[in-house]
Design a protein around this ligand. Structure first.
Ligand SMILES: [Zn+2]
Length: 258
């Protein structure tokens, strides 16, 4: 396959904008568009301007392309923040207008996920057939190779982000899709561009969230109801981690039983 590509994102931009444990102001969108009958795909990188980046993409797409009723089109987005409720609504309107478009959205972080409107917005997207997922290592690697302007010899230098925040966002996205109360609380770390996460699980979470995901986070053994756990980022240094399963490898992530 051949790809038509605009500018690539700088390697430091990708590494920091898509870090699930960093609090970033920017919203970055890496997109791929495939046309049904063509072997070409179009890639582009954009960021929030005066409008949210999702809105700008949809406006640009509609201004540039004429989509016939039978032309299929596959769009994949890699977004550093999940769409807000207004963008979710714009996406739904767009997809209603172009029913042959298939959209998949990978997100690095959930944007203001405690806001009921944002939660409903994401649920509406999923109900409308949009595949919404949290970016994992394979997406980080894919984006690095296809969207990042890395230097020669840096092909394999893609960012290996810590897995815990990725799993935590995945857990919360499941809560949103299953219409469960939020289990994840996110707060900024003072004077740092970092996020700290705390997790509160209730019986409904243990009953409905995928056991494999709970197991990954070390949450299902033992699974008493009303357990409150928090994971904290305390800078570098050794940490004790639940059951020793999480090697903090100088990140200092650890679980605290409340
Ligand atoms: Zn938005």
């Amino acid at each position: 396959h051949t790809a038509d590509q605009g500018r690539r994102i700088k390697s430091w931009e990708f590494t920091s904008f898509f870090d699930p444990s960093q609090l970033r102001k920017e919203t970055s969108l890496l997109s791929e568009v495939w046309w049904g009958s063509s072997s070409r795909l179009w890639r582009s990188c954009s960021q929030n301007s005066t409008h949210h980046v999702e809105q700008s993409f949809l406006d640009h797409f509609q201004a540039q392309r004429h989509l016939g009723p039978s032309t299929t089109c596959t769009i994949t987005w890699f977004l550093s923040w999940s769409p807000c409720w207004e963008c979710a609504r714009a996406i739904r309107t767009f997809l209603d207008k172009y029913p042959t478009v298939k959209l998949t959205i990978y997100v690095a972080r959930l944007y203001w996920h405690m806001d009921p409107q944002n939660r409903q917005g994401l649920r509406n997207l999923v109900k409308g057939g949009v595949d919404v997922r949290i970016m994992g290592p394979s997406e980080h690697y894919y984006c690095w190779r296809n969207f990042v302007d890395y230097s020669r010899g840096e092909e394999e230098e893609w960012p290996r982000y810590h897995r815990v925040p990725i799993h935590l966002f995945d857990l919360e996205l499941h809560c949103i899709c299953l219409d469960l109360p939020a289990c994840l609380t996110i707060s900024p770390v003072k004077h740092q561009q970092l996020l700290s996460f705390s997790l509160t699980l209730h019986t409904c979470h243990y009953q409905k969230l995928p056991p494999a995901l709970l197991l990954l986070l070390g949450l299902v053994r033992p699974p008493p109801p009303q357990t409150s756990l928090s994971v904290a980022h305390r800078g570098r240094g050794p940490g004790t981690v639940n059951g020793g399963e999480w090697d903090p490898n100088n990140w200092g992530w650890f679980w605290v039983l409340r």
